[in-house]
Design a protein around this ligand. Sequence first.
Ligand SMILES: Nc1ncnc2c1ncn2[C@@H]1O[C@H](COP(=O)(O)OP(=O)(O)OP(=O)(O)O)[C@@H](O)[C@H]1O
Length: 714
Amino acid sequence: MGCLPPRSEVAGGALHCPFLLEQGEAHLAGTRPLELVFSGVSVSVASRSILRDVSGVVRPGEMLAVMGPSGCGKTTLLNCLSGRTELDSGCIRLNRERLTKRWKRRVCYVLQQDIFFPDLTLRQTLEYAARLRLPESMSRRQKMLYVDHIIDVMDLTACQDTRMGDYTKRGLSGGEKKRANIACELLTNPALMLLDVSVRRYAMREPTSGLDSHSAYTLMSSLKRYAEKESKTLVVTVHQPSSQIFYMFDKLLLLCNGQTAYFGDVNKVVDFFNNIGLTVTPHYNPADFILECVKGSEEMKEKIINAAKSLPTYQQEAMNDYCALPAQLYQHQGCNGRVPIVGHTLGHAANGTGCDFSKPTLWSSTPNGALNSTTPVSLTSKCVVSNHNSHNLSNHVYSTIVKDEEGKSLWLDSQSHGSSSVSSTTDDDVRWQWPTSFWTQFKVLSARNFQESRPRMLSKLYWLQTIGLGLMVGNVYFQLERKEESLHDIQSWMFFSTNYWMLFALFNALSSFPAEREVVNKERLSGSYRLSSYYLAKMAGELPLTMTLPAVYHIISYPLFGFRSSSVFLTMLGFLLLSTVVAQSAGFFVGAACMDLDVAITISALYTLATQLFGGYLATNIPSWLRWMRYLSMVHYAYQNMQIVEFSEGERIQCAVQSKFEVCSNSTHIPVSVILEQQGATLPLWANTLVLLFFLVVFRVLGYVVLRYFRQPK
Ligand SMILES: Nc1ncnc2c1ncn2[C@@H]1O[C@H](COP(=O)(O)OP(=O)(O)OP(=O)(O)O)[C@@H](O)[C@H]1O
């Protein structure tokens, strides 16, 4: 069962989600419990040791508190457990398996920072997350019902229509954002949750910094019940919890200068400190006492760390063994065609044989990764189980590998409530990698992108700016006559319009990307969607928004400048939009490639200034050795096309009495080709258009390659 209780049910302890189970929704019923073991974890950064030989074990249904003073390495440890930070030495195992990419995507990590799109409301954020991260076997209605449920559980109903906000726009409060952060992760029903949420915020003594004490207690209670009833494994960083919250945890890992100062049952920590001569004052919050001890003198810290090494719960040797053993499977002889159930319920340790002669409900995986209860899975007479009985740390086994008739590996999940699930592991990475298809991801991300970008790209300020600029430019170049004296102004209108919208799109793409990258990195790390679907959706979702303002500008300023014909009007609009989208692609690419916004702005400013200079309008007598630069100028091609379209239709440009064009000595009008040649332009309309399209494709592909291979989230 994968549901959290509605708040009203938390106190009573009832945990059920009938509307989903009635639908036979296997996804929410089928994640297998995980036992997390980490042993001898050591990490250093720039030759400074951050974590030294830290070990621990957390079983399904347990909540581990990672506590210690600021800078002791709590976040670093969680980064290691989520697979984001490489270890110098030590090991991390999930159900005895290494932390592979497949696992990383199933571990939910609630970050210290709350990263969201600021303009989406909480409800929209959760709905998009549900549509992306819940399997396609669930209907949209079921997903929305589940979102309602999570909103209720996290006590977010009152603010569900409030926008997320950021430091520039007010939105959800810090505490609400934190709960929203957890809610997003709960949606996927993860088996292991790492919460770097600094539970101190929920402490009684700091009501202003996050939740009030009652909400804090309720949140921790629901997480605790969630862990227990759903056999979830939870690791939570803690700063200064109230004693009520402190004793909700099952285990405590106390860190001091990156070393273990205590690992074991929360209830035994006071005895541990008593035994080394550090006695907790009666009625004093033990969490505060412990923290004060590990913040004390170096001598005291050393004493605590040394004492922790001899703790029976520490079991360093056993954990080292655990990591050293290969996660091999042993042929089990005693099952005789029955389906083994190992670690059937939490607290019901495996019986050593790993067999139970009652056949459980079986689930097989569908191609999109959802578990399907209707597809029968036949099992051979041979059953293969993990032998986890070689030492005392692995008495609990929560999954079993069995083989079907074709010899394909399947795993059998044992749930605390007795239901089980089987899914294929032969192509596990592929099947489990993405909860939804490419097409679904593309649709949902396009819609989200459109909704998220609209307030930013079509803000009131931009509308005002566009309409004002259109009117101003239209009036400056009002109804220009087609004669040589006005030629410079006609060209000026075209160059200005093209150039302005190209710069606008480029710098907009550039400045919006760093903030978006944070959200996308977080989502990519959690395996929500493919990069390719995001990338295509970004282009599609923003396309109408990118085109709206230049189109409005053109509609206002072109008739004021001088309306030739509908076809010229539309063709020029088409080229204006094309050049805008090309420039936006360049902005995406530079934004994706440069982590530092200042560097990105400097590079873009240099490139755009160069493209203007070599665009054909500002400088016409370019030294021969520099002329090749114009072929790299996007503006050059866009501007040439505008001239070709404008000057090819209708009345031609009349020669001045004292013309600077040679052709005027025996003609009254200047041909288009002569105007273009004067600026060194030689390519026809179709060739300029092709080059612009080439720029578009190259920048888009480069942007993708950079994100895919050089800017992978860590
Ligand atoms: N990339 C890094 N480069 C250098 N030092 C780092 C890096 N990451 C972390 N550290 C250092 O490692 C130590 C542990 O950092 P970490 O963020 O894990 O501490 P923490 O216990 O989570 O702190 P807090 O409770 O304040 O969030 C700190 O002293 C920090 O300065």
